[in-house]
Design a protein around this ligand. Structure first.
Ligand SMILES: Nc1ncnc2c1ncn2[C@@H]1O[C@H](COP(=O)(O)OP(=O)(O)OP(=O)(O)O)[C@@H](O)[C@H]1O
Length: 249
């Protein structure tokens, strides 16, 4: 594995001329004969950490896939800085709740994406150190614990120097220590100017990390507000019920 000293530059996100601007207009996705995103409108402007909250089945994961350009909506448009979402995927990285790792070493999982994108392969060690996995570099990735695997998935995502990082429940079913370790990595990316869009069911995590909250209900944006405002005063009964751990209808 190529090794060299750490530099600040290794983890610095290249800043484009613009902070990212996302627009979804009238987005509809139907699955199994029913709309899971239903004429949805949403704008996310500038950097910061946006948390997407909502009950099970609200359409959060589908929304993330549409924003990332992985799924084409049947109706409507998704644009990043005016370009169709599918043309912006190389500036973005997505981490799923259950990371899919190559049957190779921990280091090879990072090296693979650096090589594939023609990026500086010598930053592999830097990234592994950043997520606390340098001592496991030569171990099989498939033997990592859930929390370690998720940290490797984050390192692999950060290897792409994304301007936007999509995270779909990255800390689900992890212990509190692992959750905090991953939150520190997410916060670090946010502090370096990466736009982070995070789905979580952990309200404490949303309070700790969010600059802005988007509350999704039945495939539509029920609320969008600064985190401070959202947690102080919810504008919809659905969001109030959600925060009070009541069943959202
Ligand atoms: N392939 C599919 N075929 C039919 N329906 C689907 C399919 N994938 C997802 N759905 C439905 O779409 C709806 C939205 O799913 P999605 O996974 O986006 O919800 P979510 O808000 O992320 O839920 P959760 O919090 O449980 O992860 C759900 O009702 C789900 O059952």
């Amino acid at each position: 594995m190529p090794m060299r000293d750490l530099t600040d530059q290794d983890l610095k996100t290249p800043q484009g001329a613009d902070a990212p601007h996302l627009r979804l207009d009238n987005v509809t996705v139907r699955l199994g004969g029913r709309p899971v995103l239903d004429w949805l409108d949403l704008s996310l402007d500038g950097p910061g950490l946006t948390v997407i909250l909502g009950p099970n089945g609200a359409g959060k994961s589908q929304l993330l896939k549409v924003m990332h350009g992985l799924t084409e909506p049947e109706e409507g448009h998704v644009t990043w800085n005016g370009r169709p979402a599918r043309q912006a995927t190389r500036e973005q990285a997505l981490v799923f709740q259950k990371p899919i790792l190559l049957r190779r070493s921990v280091a090879a999982n990072i090296d693979f994406v650096l090589k594939a994108r023609g990026l500086d392969r010598s930053k592999c060690a830097t990234l592994l150190k950043h997520v606390g996995l340098l001592d496991k570099a030569r171990q099989p990735a498939r033997a990592l614990s859930g929390g370690e695997a998720q940290r490797l998935a984050l390192a692999r995502a950060l290897a792409l120097d994304p301007k936007v990082l999509f995270l779909d429940e990255p800390t689900a079913s992890l212990d509190p220590g692992s959750v905090l370790a991953i939150e520190r990595i997410i916060q670090g990316a946010h502090d370096r100017g990466v736009k982070v869009i995070l789905i979580t069911h952990d309200i404490g995590q949303a309070r700790r990390l969010a600059d802005e909250v988007v509350f999704l209900h039945r495939g539509r944006v029920a609320e969008q507000a600064s985190a401070h405002h959202f947690f102080a005063t919810q504008g919809s009964a659905a969001a109030r019920d959600f925060l009070q751990h009541r069943i959202v209808v």
